[in-house]
Design a protein. Structure first.
Length: 157
């Protein structure tokens, strides 16, 4: 349930392709008890601008990525796919590998994006986007290639 009394199912996910141009309308955000400022989206200075986003990996749906990727410009060094949260969610989660628990516990440090947006930040994720749920990949410090992670599982909801 949102602050305005609407259910989470009635509110569309915040999937962004070019960060601001395709965000839900302000009226829809208000109906869902959300504001762009409360989501931290208006104050973030993204590393890529909307006109720098190219169609590299369209049609994969939404994902969650940390600001260390989209704001600070770190490459993706850890990615995993869990069961999607809704019909738009791909289940992909992208991190730089430098996030600690405190960072990850702060909702303002990550957001929902179109997978294509994150592919523009780090195209090396593209070959892995069709991997099944439960997949996890990381880049070792001495490597720039993703390797499958077999001794890790996503956190329980």
């Amino acid at each position: 349930m949102t602050a305005s009394g609407t259910s989470d199912e009635e509110c569309p996910p915040m999937v962004t392709h070019d960060h601001l141009a395709e965000l839900p309308s302000a009226a829809n955000g208000a109906r869902c008890g959300r504001s762009f400022q409360s989501l931290g989206l208006m104050s973030k200075q993204y590393r890529l601008t909307a006109d720098q986003i190219k169609p590299l990996a369209e049609g994969h749906g939404g994902c969650i990525a940390t600001d260390m990727i989209t704001v600070d410009g770190y490459p993706v060094r850890f990615m995993y796919r869990e069961a999607p949260d809704n019909d738009v969610d791909s289940g992909w989660r992208f991190m730089s590998g430098f996030e600690d628990d405190t960072y990850m516990d702060a909702p303002a440090n990550h957001a929902v994006y179109d997978v294509n947006t994150i592919a523009n930040y780090d195209p090396s994720i593209i070959p892995f986007l069709d991997a099944p749920e439960g997949s996890a990949f990381e880049k070792a410090p001495e490597s720039e290639r993703f390797l499958a992670v077999t001794d890790w599982a996503p956190p329980e909801p």
